[in-house]
Ligand binder design. Structure first.
Ligand SMILES: O=C(O)CCC(=O)C(=O)O
Length: 280
């Protein structure tokens, strides 16, 4: 038994607090304590998040931790909700009141399998990472939130996305304020995460630039060959993003951990139905 698994209690009823720091390459990512290295790491991550709207910590989880998380979820993957959906970047059906080509009228395809939070046991590593005080404080410090809360609908806080051959996530803005994704298994070809940081704001939809991206213009950024264990934070509500189709070497598997700065927030029924095929 390796040190990581030894430090993890797998009981469903009373999961022990998870030592997330033991799952992370502590020299590269000093997530605990207030040493000068830890303070420097957080300051730099916050600066990148503020400037770029995204912060990428490649190989954040150690290889052993990635294996442990995959061991946890692999038996569940057959139960993932497989869907093919068409919606605008606002996750709504096309609105024909807008002219042809307008972002409110252009539908993107999404084809993916999704495990919802309630399909993971209370003792699952992903749920315990999401709940971990150390992890939550790290995210809060980087995104500049005082406190962060999970979603209250029982489905959304922790999801696993499974991309088989040809699966993709069309361009979209998230409903969630902050999304944190953890890449557990990249595809060999395709399955790239592309994004355009801070393309819209609460005050300005910026339809012309959204339309430019949807018609193949603009310059979306792409994560540069992320490895398993890569942690990505982004302002999904304001940053247009997608996952390109998996071409080979799948499945690509990613966990999405969602937070809001307000307590009690639920994903809309519309989006729950879209992603999970049910609302509770
Ligand atoms: O799978 C990923 O890397 C990103 C997932 C994503 O974009 C989303 O859940 O909105």
């Amino acid at each position: 038994m390796n040190g990581l698994v030894g430090s993890v209690c797998r009981s469903r009823a009373h999961p022990a607090p998870l030592d997330v720091a033991a799952m992370v390459d502590a020299r590269r990512y000093p997530i605990q304590g207030r040493s000068s290295a830890a303070v420097r790491f957080r300051d730099e991550a916050r600066r990148r998040f503020d400037t770029d709207g995204v912060c990428v910590l490649d190989e954040f989880l150690t290889a052993a931790a990635v294996v442990a998380v995959l061991d946890d979820i692999t038996p569940l993957l057959g139960g993932a909700y497989a869907s093919t959906t068409y919606s605008t970047v606002y996750l709504q059906p096309a609105d024909h009141a807008f002219p042809l080509g307008h972002p409110r009228r252009s539908e993107q395809v999404t084809r993916v399998g999704t495990l919802a939070e309630d399909q993971l046991s209370a003792g699952s590593l992903l749920r315990r990472i999401h709940e971990s005080a150390v992890f939550r404080q790290l995210i809060a410090d980087i995104v500049g939130a005082r406190t962060l809360h999970g979603y209250a609908d029982g489905l959304t806080s922790v999801n696993v996305l499974v991309f088989g051959a040809g699966d993709e996530l069309g361009w979209h803005f998230d409903e969630a304020e902050y999304a944190v994704t953890l890449l557990l298994r990249p595809a060999a070809v395709g399955g790239a995460f592309e994004y355009v940081p801070n393309l819209r704001s609460d005050e300005r939809e910026n339809y012309p630039d959204v339309q430019e991206i949807l018609t193949g213009g603009g310059v979306p950024r792409e994560l540069d060959h992320p490895h398993a264990g890569c942690l990505v934070f982004f302002r999904g509500r304001h940053s247009l993003h997608r996952v390109t189709a998996v071409r080979s070497g799948g499945p690509r598997i990613a966990a999405v951990l969602s937070y809001d700065s307000e307590p009690g927030v639920r994903l809309s029924e519309h989006d729950r139905d879209l992603f999970f095929g049910r609302i509770d």
